[in-house]
Design a binder for this molecule. Structure first.
Ligand code: BG6
Length: 525
């Protein structure tokens, strides 16, 4: 990782960063939403932190017929909006803006890329030099961009290196993912390809590995002998906003499970890698996905739940149902919620269910992993074992990034009464440092050639092998009762039944103060 945990805090309370080699960053889709909301603010921040070398250039490429000055003005207002007028530093921006250039071209036209090559050489003292390409475009433009890069010699690595960062989705099933990877492989070698999953850039997601493998305390109990089940949740209160067109084609399973949730599952379940380097870490993650047996068609109905939100209330505002959202069909069967149970069939995890859930317009925005431990074997302080509260370790990705461990303690008093209490580690309090945006971390890793937090081709394919059977079974059996959960609720009732069959329960979303569903405040002997 480029940002070291032991790094000394600077005066502004931020970590000292490594400086990347000088290079040309080429952003395809430079006037789009991702560039405005995430990439430009992240690059501007990296420049301010000294992570971009003086000679680094950023060329925005898109079809809009604008000039460099217009592009700089557009990016200035985007960065101002993303950071908030208060934190926008006009001096820092002026310096950063000097790095920006714009090249207008039809991204679908491979013939136009020779002009881009000439522009890079022009700006870069006659050489192509080091290049980092970023595909921040809709998926259908990725193949033409790759072809254009290939035909104009822009992927060549002599002299200098050439890398490409590609945004999800990496296909919409195994076959299309393989076709996309084949297209990429015609031009780039795998070591040049950085498939981005922004979850991996989140501090708290990276911390899962440090928590597990940097402490002797937890790893010995991290297995089927001690762990009862694992819950992985990514719940959002947001709806689909203006992304109806994309979401109708994707749905929650493709949008969130085949990437973000699968990554979280791999990090919580993987074996220790032999080193903390790109291949060692990624090999172990892929091993987890390969160890899960893809669901048989007959299992899908019992092991998955899909949902779609109807109208409801979010923070006391009435919000429309999914079918009423812009660009969504009024009889749409696209799922906005998924819950699924996976089993990792290896020595460590045999018999332990891993439950994943994600959804839009739920009661609270929560991303977390909850590891539920087994109850103690004997009821010493309660007359019935089921009254003893099991330990739960919650790794909170968002909000209140941190780790929460719950355990039973004696309540003060002459009687022997127990209560469930929590030990809470909060990032913000412990480090009192700004937490970097995921895109800052990942862009800097891309610039420094560290692919640990990016997905490899075989990883993408291993994930699709698990998702394809679910998609196929769902296609055969359209949902019967969409919408089946109200906006602002906990999700479909059937998701509770998924866990109840095994005697388990989801943690409630809307009472984040309570550790678990089943937390009873007090228990007496
Ligand atoms: C994106 C999905 O990849 O992740 C969105 O396409 C989702 O639908 C988003 O809202 C969630 O990311 P985060 O960082 O807000 O949890």
């Amino acid at each position: 990782m480029t940002i070291s945990i032991d790094a000394v805090a600077t005066k502004s309370g931020e970590s000292a960063l490594s400086q990347a080699e000088p290079c040309v960053i080429v952003i395809f889709g430079a006037t789009g939403d991702l560039t405005k909301r995430k990439l430009m603010p992240a690059l501007c921040h990296l420049a301010r932190q000294g992570a971009l070398a003086e000679a680094t250039l950023i060329i925005g490429v898109d079809r809009e017929p604008i000039g460099t000055e217009d592009f700089r003005a557009l990016m200035q207002s985007a960065v101002r909006e993303a950071k908030g007028a208060q934190s926008f530093d006009a001096d820092a921006w002026r310096q950063f803006a000097q790095k920006l250039d714009y090249f207008a071209c039809d991204l679908k036209e491979p013939g136009h890329y020779a002009g881009l090559a000439a522009r890079i050489q022009d700006l870069n003292g006659g050489a192509l030099g080091n290049r980092l390409y970023y595909c921040a475009t809709p998926p259908m433009l990725v193949a033409p961009i790759i072809d254009g890069i290939g035909q104009s010699g822009l992927a060549d690595e002599t002299p200098g290196w050439a890398r490409i960062i590609i945004e999800k989705p990496f296909g919409r099933d195994l076959t299309s993912a393989q076709a996309l990877s084949d297209t990429i492989a015609r031009v780039f070698l795998e070591h040049q390809v950085y498939r981005i999953d922004h979850y991996l850039g989140k501090e708290t997601v990276q911390n899962i590995l440090v928590f597990r493998f940097g402490n002797a305390l937890f790893e010995p109990v991290w297995n089927r002998n001690h762990i009862d089940y694992v819950e992985i949740t990514a719940a959002e209160t947001l709806g689909i906003g203006h992304r109806g067109g994309y979401y109708e084609e994707a749905g929650a399973l493709r949008d969130m499970v085949t990437n973000h949730l699968m990554q979280l599952l791999a990090l919580i379940a993987m074996e220790p890698p032999i080193a903390f380097d790109a291949d060692a870490v990624r090999d172990k993650k892929i091993q987890v996905w390969r160890t899960i047996k893809p669901m048989a068609a007959t299992e899908v109905a019992a092991k998955t739940v899909r949902g779609q939100y109807g109208t409801g209330r979010i923070e006391s505002n009435v919000v429309p149902g999914y079918r009423e959202e812009p660009s969504v069909a009024s009889d749409s069967n696209t799922e906005t919620y998924v819950a699924a149970e996976f089993r990792i069939e290896n020595w460590r995890w045999a018999g332990v269910p891993f439950y994943l859930r994600t959804g839009k317009r739920l009661a609270q925005g929560v991303t977390e992993l909850a590891v539920h431990f087994k109850r103690p074997p004997q009821p010493l302080f309660a007359d019935r074992t089921e009254l003893i509260e099991p330990n739960v370790i919650v790794l909170r990705i968002h909000p209140n990034e941190g780790i929460d461990i719950s355990f039973d303690a004696k309540q003060p008093g002459v009687e022997m009464r127990t209560a469930n209490v929590r030990m809470d580690f909060c990032y913000q309090q412990a480090f009192n440092m700004r937490i970097p945006e995921a895109y800052e971390t990942l862009l800097l890793d891309g610039l420094c050639g560290d692919a640990t937090l990016f997905t490899r081709r075989d990883g993408v394919e291993a994930q699709w092998r698990l998702i394809d059977p679910i998609l196929a079974a769902w296609r055969q059996q359209p949902p019967e009762s969409f919408p089946n959960y109200a906006a602002g609720s906990e999700g479909p009732k059937t998701a509770d039944e998924l866990l109840a069959r095994n005697g388990h329960q989801w943690r409630l979303l809307n009472t984040r103060v309570a550790s678990t569903h089943q937390t009873g405040a007090k228990k007496s002997l």
